[in-house]
Design a protein around this ligand. Structure first.
Ligand code: FAD
Ligand code: SIN
Length: 516
């Protein structure tokens, strides 16, 4: 048993930002960050486009950014939250810069601002096309300087500790007392008892198999919170990024940033037609839900496997200077951006829904907070505006920190039992995990993709039940390991996505059903 003041689950932008703020303000408090992979592995590390923030008061305004966010969210954003996040943005960005993150400047020394889909102005602050890598680097560096933070990599959070573990479950209000955590190197399950627990465990891309997300994105935090009875909302709004580099195998796909379209690249079908003009007057810079649904429709009409991003008319030196990582990745795939069109398809990218939080980042469970992609703040509504995610994480990490300024540090913690794996054994049946994972991903891609139908959603739930039952049975008998827990979590997340899609009777943003 380890006791700490604050337990943070995840080491992306949300978790690291919050941990840094807490550690700086309260040198006497101990913060543990557990993270299941290498310390930098996260969706954050792969962010390309940048951070949307209003810095140029002459051309841009908070009002325009607010309006763009509301339009992208298709009427389902919480307007007060949108206002708060947008207006706090510049201050939070400044802190990140003070911690050492570098963003590109133009020849006059001003921020070189990019543009992406749904933005009416140039307002995306970036570091080349590897903004997330730079943000993660700077934050990890700052974390390393703070002696009251312990960062435990390869530590997998299995479940939150709540009354469910030591009282009858009819407790009126549920509190969180920390988490059970698997040390992936030793196989030991540690009880980490904590006054505050902050879920910053990121997204769910891997539920779909074909995704821009790295393999850590298995929705663990959302599934843990759901099992602990926290409120989860808007799970039907899965955002598909329109331009993942096409690869035949599917799996994790390299992203071709929306900023490339902001830079002037256009989408063409195999025949060479610039088809987006037929769907939306904003063409390639329509919001992501619109562009992905349009590509889906083109592919269904033609039977082709991908569409193309044409950059051949752009100044190649400028392109290389703005997007060196994308340029080089294409070269490794024998695509010369100067002359060849880049084959692209939509891929699962971001979850707009998640664990419901208030403006302080508080979930419906006492002493449990959520921040970043696993949370549902009301900012994104039915579809996230590009580059609003890093921004949201920075703003909410600050809000949770502010809440802790007045939260007493000596909450009484009851005696917590250790993890009980009585009657379980080491499994030799790994094939069950792999098989069911593939089934789950195929089911989500084919039945719960960009365009859905009532029939497919209902059939999807039935198929999912079979997978669920097989894995629950397996879970009761097997000693836990990461792959098994991740699959179990993805099944929970898939259930939430399908069931919340079924209850929608309209078409909004990222949830389009031909029967609505
Ligand atoms: P993450 O950065 O994903 O971090 C989650 C952390 O939790 C990881 O460290 C993970 O290992 C850990 N974790 C998960 N489960 C467990 C567990 N059970 N136990 C222990 N640890 C766990 N957004 C923008 O605003 N601008 C962009 O330009 C942009 N580009 C993107 C490009 C790509 C390719 C991708 C994939 C996303 C992009 N996004 C962008 C979205 C944005 O990067 C993410 O939404 C954001 O970084 C999420 O931050 P986070 O801290 O919430 O989660
Ligand atoms: C991108 O660079 O296209 C991704 C931006 C985002 O997801 O916000």
């Amino acid at each position: 048993m380890i006791a700490t003041n604050v337990l943070v689950i995840g080491s992306g932008v949300a978790g690291l930002t919050f941990a840094v703020k807490m550690a700086e303000q309260f040198p006497e408090r101990h913060i543990i960050i557990v993270t299941k992979g290498d310390k930098d592995e996260s969706n954050t590390k792969y962010a390309q486009g940048g951070v949307a923030v209003v810095l140029d008061a002459e051309e841009d305004s908070f009002q325009k950014h607010i309006q763009d966010t509301l339009i992208a969210g298709d009427g389902l954003c919480n307007e007060a939250v949108v206002k708060m996040v947008v207006t706090e943005g510049p201050k939070r960005l400044k802190e990140l810069i003070d911690w050492g993150a570098n963003f590109d400047l133009d020849s006059e020394g001003n921020f070189d601002l990019g543009k992406e889909g749904g933005h009416s102005e140039y307002r995306v602050v970036h570091h080349k096309d590897i903004t997330g890598y730079e943000v993660e680097r700077a934050l990890l560096h700052r974390v390393g300087q703070l002696s009251n933070i312990s960062l435990l990599s390869h530590h997998f959070a299995i479940d939150l500790i709540t009354e469910h573990h030591f009282k009858s479950t009819d407790a009126e209000s549920i509190s969180c007392y920390g988490a059970y955590v698997l040390n992936e190197s030793t196989g030991e399950i540690i009880t980490i008892q904590s006054e505050s627990t902050v879920l910053t465990s990121g997204g769910i891309g891997r539920v779909y198999g074909h995704t821009t997300n790295p393999i850590i994105a298995t929705g663990d935090g959302i599934a843990m919170a759901y099992r602990a009875t926290a409120r989860i909302k808007d799970m039907e709004f899965v955002q598909f990024h329109p331009t993942a580099l096409y690869n035949v195998e599917g799996g994790t796909s390299f992203l071709i940033s929306e900023a490339v379209r902001g830079f002037g690249a256009v989408l063409r079908n195999k025949k060479g037609d610039r088809f987006m003009l037929d769907y939306d007057e904003r063409a390639e810079l329509a919001s992501r839900d619109v562009v992905s649904q349009s590509i889906d429709s083109e592919l269904k009409k033609s039977g082709d496997s991908c569409v193309y991003l044409d950059c051949s008319h752009l100044n190649i030196d400028d392109f290389k200077s703005h997007f060196p990582n994308i340029y080089n990745k294409c070269i490794t795939q024998h695509i010369n951006v100067e002359t060849d069109w880049i084959p692209v398809v939509p891929a699962s990218h971001y979850l707009c829904g998640g664990i419901v939080v208030d403006t302080h980042g508080r979930t419906s469970i006492e002493n449990l907070f959520a921040c970043g992609e696993c949370s549902n703040t009301g900012l994104h509504g039915a579809n996230r505006l590009a580059s609003n995610s890093l921004l949201e994480a920075l703003v909410y990490a600050h809000n949770i920190f502010k809440y802790h300024l007045n939260k007493s540090s000596n909450t009484e913690i009851p005696k917590i039992p250790n993890w009980n794996d009585h009657g379980t054994g080491i499994t030799k049946e790994h094939v069950l995990i792999q098989h069911n994972l593939k089934q789950l991903q195929a089911l989500m891609r084919d039945y719960v993709g960009i365009v859905r139908s009532d029939d497919r959603l209902k059939k999807g739930i039935k198929h999912l039940d079979l997978i669920y039952n097989e894995i629950e049975e397996f879970y009761k008998e097997a000693k836990v390991n990461t792959a098994l827990c991740e699959l179990r979590n993805m099944i929970n997340v898939a259930h939430l996505i399908i069931s919340q899609s079924i209850t929608r009777t309209d078409n909004k943003g990222g949830c389009f059903n031909i029967d609505n």
